[in-house]
Design a protein around this ligand. Structure first.
Ligand code: NAD
Length: 257
């Protein structure tokens, strides 16, 4: 019997929870009564988790052992993992010619290898319970590229491939896997990018928002993290049981051109 059918609360592991989208997902999951392991390398995640009633687990997910340890911790505390949200991410903006190799590697480790390892480690629990939800926070940069973002664009495109593969492998086991592709969300990750892009394009920060970030958007505003978190919640509900292998855009029309 699945966790919701016997009224046991869902168990969710969410990564990248000290701010932005991940913090909002923790809040929304806790509001639904889920048991949540909030995983982040930044100890600010402790405050976010305790505010909402989640359990914080500090881990640097660029370390493969830390990824495996995070899933083990969820199983130790809550007995299983029903939901995995791969959200932790970083950005680095510079042209390929000057792109630091260590940044490339860190982005691949965090945004491609960690979601793979977390999925692999959580899979047996989902399979045994016949129910699982994997949501990968990708990006519009999983579908289109922008200059200066080689590692980010590559990792996000790769994440879509892994999402589709997990969907095909999970179909017979009650496990769905989907990706969400947001355009610019008002979070610290974007605040840092505004500053980086301003330097790279020799613009002021307002110009970066208007001429780069919102140029291709039909709706001219940044997205609120809770708008993404609500889509995550929907994909993790029983109502979304027929959606798998999808990449859902929440992009203000950015990719409609
Ligand atoms: P954010 O910077 O607010 O959150 C990222 C989180 O990841 C932080 O809590 C940070 O501490 C954590 N993190 C970073 N490195 C880590 C590591 N090594 N180990 C563990 N945790 C680590 O940014 P956000 O905008 O909320 O980003 C969340 C996800 O959404 C990312 O995958 C990002 O690529 C994606 N995304 C964001 C936007 C946007 O515009 N903000 C758009 C599309 C996709």
């Amino acid at each position: 019997m699945s966790a919701s059918a016997d009224k046991t609360p869902r168990v969710a592991l969410v990564t990248g929870t000290s701010s932005g989208i991940g913090a909002s997902v923790v809040e929304h999951f806790c509001q639904q009564g889920f048991q949540v392991l909030a995983v982040d390398f930044n100890e600010a995640g402790e405050k976010v988790a305790s505010e909402h009633g989640a359990v914080f687990h500090q881990a640097d997910l660029t370390d493969p052992e830390a990824c495996k340890g995070a899933v083990k911790e969820a199983i130790k505390r809550f007995g299983r993992v029903d939901i995995l949200v791969n959200n932790a991410g970083i950005q680095h903006v510079s042209q390929i010619e000057s792109f630091p190799e260590e940044k490339w590697q860190a982005i691949m480790n965090l945004m491609l290898t960690a979601p793979f390892l977390l999925t692999k480690e959580a899979w047996p629990s989902m399979r045994e319970n016949g129910w699982g939800r994997i949501v990968n926070i990708a990006s519009i940069h999983a579908q289109v590229a922008s200059p200066g973002k080689a590692a980010y664009v590559t990792a996000k495109h790769g994440l879509i491939g892994m999402t589709k593969t997990a969907a095909l492998e999970g179909g017979e086991q009650g496990i769905t896997a989907n990706a969400i592709c947001p355009a610019y969300v008002q979070t610290p990750l974007v605040d840092n990018q505004i500053a980086d892009q301003a330097k790279m394009h020799n613009m002021d920060e307002q110009e970066v928002i208007e001429k780069i970030m919102l140029k291709d958007a039909a709706i001219k505003r940044l997205i609120d993290p809770s708008e993404v978190a609500q889509l995550v919640s929907y994909l993790c509900s029983d109502a979304a049981g027929a959606i798998t292998g999808s990449s859902l855009n929440i992009d203000l029309g950015w990719t409609a051109h």
